[in-house]
Every structure is written in C-alpha cells, then in structure tokens.
Ligand binder design. Structure first.
Ligand code: ADP
Ligand code: MG
Length: 398
C-alpha cells in the first residue's frame, strides 16, 4: 500500500507539493478550510475541509487516515499544527518549540541572540507605552513589524527618527497586522539582501542555494525579484552560509527545510528572519531546480516520510524571477505574453491578477500582478532574460 502524506494547505502555495506527492505515487490528504481551494481540484486526493491552524481537528483527521508524514510547503501559518501532529503521531517534523521560534519574530530574535547569531538590535513591544519607551532608544533608522505575520504585511521603516507623527503611525500600521498584538522594533540594517535555502536531514544542515533579492525598498520592502546563485564573492557567500547554518541550529531544526533571509551589512551578514519551510515566490519550487537540479519539494516530502532525500546538486546554472511593475487601478489590457515566453531562456510568464482585476500599488507580496521566470548559464544572464521578457509585455492599468 502506498504511503500517506498529509499536506496542510491546499492553496496555490501548496499545489506543487500536492502534485509532486501524487507523482511519487503517494496517497495525499490535503487540508484547507476553504472548500474551493485550488488544490482540492486535483484528482485522486483525499480532501479534509479543516482550518490548518485547528490543531485538534487536524490531529483527529491525521489519526483517522493513519498518515505516514505531515508537512506544509511555503507557508508559516500551519507550522505549529505540523509540529503538534508530528509529535502526537511520532512522525518526522520540527518540535513545537522550533515551530514557535520559526514563526514568531520576537521568539526567533530571542533564540538567535541566545545562540550568538548575528542579528540587529531589537525590542519586542506589547503596547503603545512600551513602544514609546523603545523608540526613544534608537539613534538611527529602525523597522517596525508585527511579531507574527508574513508577506511583508505590516512592515514600516522609520528613516527620520525625529518624525513623531510617522513613528506613531508606524505603530498603528504594524499593530493592525499583528495577530497576537506584539510588535517588534529593530535596527534597520543596510546592505544587499539574500536568502539561504536549506534542507536538514538528521541534524545535518545542507545549504542548497543562496538567492540574491531585489525589493521595493522603503517603506514596505516587498520582494520584486530573486536570482541564483548569489553574485556575492565566495568569501561573503561562505559567511552567509555559516550565519544561516547557525540560525538553523539556534531555532533547533533537526529535519526539514528552511528559508533564511539575511542582509549583508558592513559588519557582515545578519539575520532578518528564518522560516522552517521552503522559500516562497517560486524560489524553491522553480528557481532552485533550474539552478541546481535539486527538487526541494520532493526532498521535503521524503524528509516528512522519514526517508533520506538526495540533496546533491546536479548542475550549476543561473535562474531568476522578476515581478512586473504596476500602478493602482483596473487592469485593462495585457499584450505580448506569448512573445515574451518565446524569448531565449524564458521559462514562464505568469499573470496573477489579469484583465478586469483591480490592483493596488505593491504594498505586499499578494498585491503583485505577475512575474517572469528564466534560466541561463549565469544569474546575471537569467536576470537579463527576465528583464527582456518583462519589456515585451505591455500592461495597461487605468
Ligand atoms: N531589521 C531590518 N533591517 C533591514 N531590512 C529589514 C529589516 N527587517 C525587515 N527588513 C526588510 O523587510 C522585509 C520583510 O521583513 P520580514 O521580517 O522578512 O517580514 P515578512 O515575514 O513579512 O517577510 C525583509 O525581507 C527586508 O527586506
Ligand atoms: Mg521575510
């Protein structure tokens, strides 16, 4: 009988896991609170309409189906449920403590500090009074962010530390996105941003790839592109690798993936945050396979089932993703997608919010209209291919 894997979430983010597990001949139990979730449209899977954060209900379903593994792909929300189910059923997964440290930015910062991993100065604040006391301690720019959200939601940069009105506003803005009410205030790190994609198997952390990032910058820092491998020099890449591995140890990942965001400051690489999951934005589902030949999704499924995945790179190429620029309004016309897709190296042109949809300016990842993915011999060539493809597409927003 085939093994049974439970996948928490059936949205577009989890779809690659559902499809890969099917391809591997596994029985898939997909869990999502939305009966219309895109993953539920896959044939031959078992569907459970349950919220992925409803631990008792997911646990009941996991026992009823006698699952052999539990996982989620690129989202933080179900992480604590994965940990609880894995613990109760004796399956491979992160511990509940690790799940908390990997999803709550305050708990994460504390764990990293305790372990001596390079991080910016930070404070956790639970109310406005604490906030007012803390902001007075900063002598230069700082970032305000919800302790427990993602996708750049609620991120606010204060460059001018004398602007009290804006400082007030930053708290209100960030607090609105905080589920538990806590907000983290931290020193603003300057420098290029990278992420490190890892797979840990029985306590050994394998760095699979380092990704260079492009963001919208202040005030909301939404990611506009990623490319691999990193174009930093080998010495810096080595430091980045070391800091990511130390962060993995600090939060206690024994088995499973991680996506660690790092800023390369003048004092060396420092951690922005770590997720005990695969990187989103097609980084691990598309870019890593294109640049290394490693199928991280398959590896994650095998780790969850207690198997040993093959994590060795198959080749060295460049890969990149670039998102379209956009303004607020209604998308009236999109031309040139086919011509763009026909360009050398271009793998995919994807429109997420198409004609007839109303879009906003890019203030979070979810707002982005679409993207282009390319593969080439180097990261630079892959970026150039994405840019050429983006130039071929005309998007009219009114
Ligand atoms: N302390 C910081 N210094 C500089 N940039 C930061 C800092 N914290 C966050 N950022 C920027 O904001 C982005 C989003 O912040 P992050 O903590 O990763 O939250 P999210 O969970 O929304 O991804 C980061 O990728 C980075 O570009
Ligand atoms: Mg982040």
């Amino acid at each position: 009988m085939s093994k049974k894997i439970m996948i928490l979430g059936a949205s577009v983010l989890q779809l690659p896991a559902i499809r890969k597990a099917k391809e591997m001949g596994l029985t898939v139990v997909a869990v999502d609170m939305d009966p219309g979730a895109i993953g539920f449209a896959e044939t031959g899977i078992i569907k459970e309409v349950i919220s992925t954060i409803d631990i008792p209900a997911v646990l009941e379903a996991a026992k009823r189906h006698r699952i052999d593994g539990v996982m989620t792909l690129a989202s933080d929300m179900p992480m604590r449920t994965v940990a609880a189910v894995a613990k109760e059923l004796g399956l491979v997964g992160v511990s509940e403590e690790t799940a908390l440290k990997a999803t709550n930015k305050a708990a994460m910062r504390e764990a990293l500090r305790e372990y001596g991993v390079p991080i910016p100065q930070f404070f956790k604040v639970s109310n406005r009074q604490e906030y007012n006391e803390v902001v007075g301690q900063f002598r230069s720019a700082f970032i305000v962010k919800p302790a427990d959200n993602s996708g750049s939601r609620g991120i606010f940069l204060i460059e001018d530390i004398t602007n009290t009105a804006l400082i007030e506003q930053a708290y209100e803005y960030s607090r609105r996105y905080s589920r538990g009410g806590d907000v983290v205030v931290e020193e603003y790190m300057r420098g290029p941003e990278v992420s490190v994609e890892t797979l840990t198997v029985d306590g050994t952390c394998h760095v699979i790839q380092i990704t260079d990032k492009l963001t919208t910058g202040a005030p909301h820092f939404v990611e506009m592109g990623h490319s691999q491998p990193t174009r930093h020099c080998s010495r810096t890449a080595e430091q980045i690798r070391w800091v990511a591995e130390a962060a993995n140890k600090a939060v206690g990942i024994q088995n499973g993936p991680s996506h660690t965001e790092i800023i390369v400051t003048e004092e060396g690489p420092k951690i922005v945050e770590l997720g005990a999951r695969l990187g989103g934005d097609c980084i691990t589902t598309h870019l890593v396979p294109l640049s290394t030949g490693v199928d991280m999704v398959e590896c994650c499924i095998r780790i969850a089932l207690g198997e040993s995945p093959d994590v060795t790179p198959k080749f060295k190429k460049g890969s990149a993703i670039r998102y379209f620029e956009q303004t607020a309004g209604e998308v009236r016309r999109i031309d040139g997608v086919e011509a763009a897709e026909a360009l050398d190296g271009v793998q995919q042109v994807c429109i997420v919010h198409g004609v007839g949809k109303t879009v906003t300016e890019i203030d979070s990842s979810a707002a982005r209209l679409g993207f282009v993915i390319a593969q080439a011999s180097t990261a630079g060539a892959a970026v150039a291919a994405c840019e050429a493809a983006r130039d071929r597409v005309t998007i009219e927003i009114l």
